[in-house]
Design a protein around this ligand. Structure first.
Ligand code: AMP
Length: 144
């Protein structure tokens, strides 16, 4: 299974983004309002310069208290996020996410962002692929 198929199976292909010069409090508001776990940081809506996850914010609040909500997004984000392309396989993406210990990956074609996939999207897609393979194998064994 390829990333392009996973993107197609998602209800929405839009990526929620935020500008680097906005306060982290605005990112927290968006994460809460949209019920998501991360925002891609971009100046122009297409080039991902960073990613800010709920984990980054919670860690900083734990270390420094709620004053860190006044920081700029660019101070707290992870720069140059690991990305994938439409042609990568679900297994390649899963191993990169596992090795890097993160759950979000922008999908990039050329240097334009075309989507975002989460660990949950990849696991869901793999599970449905495995269920289809199981049905097909059972059908072969039973002679259907
Ligand atoms: P997550 O599990 O995605 O909520 O993120 C865990 C940590 O990894 C946070 O510090 C994120 O900023 C960082 N992170 C998330 N996605 C990526 C990515 N694609 N590449 C590099 N770092 C990431």
């Amino acid at each position: 299974m390829r990333v392009s198929q996973i993107l197609k199976s998602k209800a929405s292909n839009g990526v929620l983004t935020i500008g680097p010069d906005l306060p982290v409090s605005e990112a927290a508001r968006l994460l809460s309002a949209k019920k998501i776990g991360s925002l891609v940081v971009t100046k122009d809506g297409t080039h991902a310069i960073g990613i800010l996850s709920e984990r980054d914010i919670v860690r900083e609040i734990g270390k420094r208290g709620p004053g860190c909500l006044e920081d700029m997004v660019s101070d707290m984000m992870t720069r140059n996020p690991v990305t994938c392309t439409n042609g990568d396989t679900a297994d390649e993406v899963l191993s990169r996410m596992t090795a890097g210990r993160f759950r979000h990956m922008p999908v990039v074609e050329g240097d334009e962002m075309v989507g975002l996939i989460t660990l949950g999207d990849v696991v869901k897609a793999r599970l449905s692929e495995l269920a289809m393979e199981k049905d097909a194998l059972e059908g072969m064994i039973m002679g259907h």
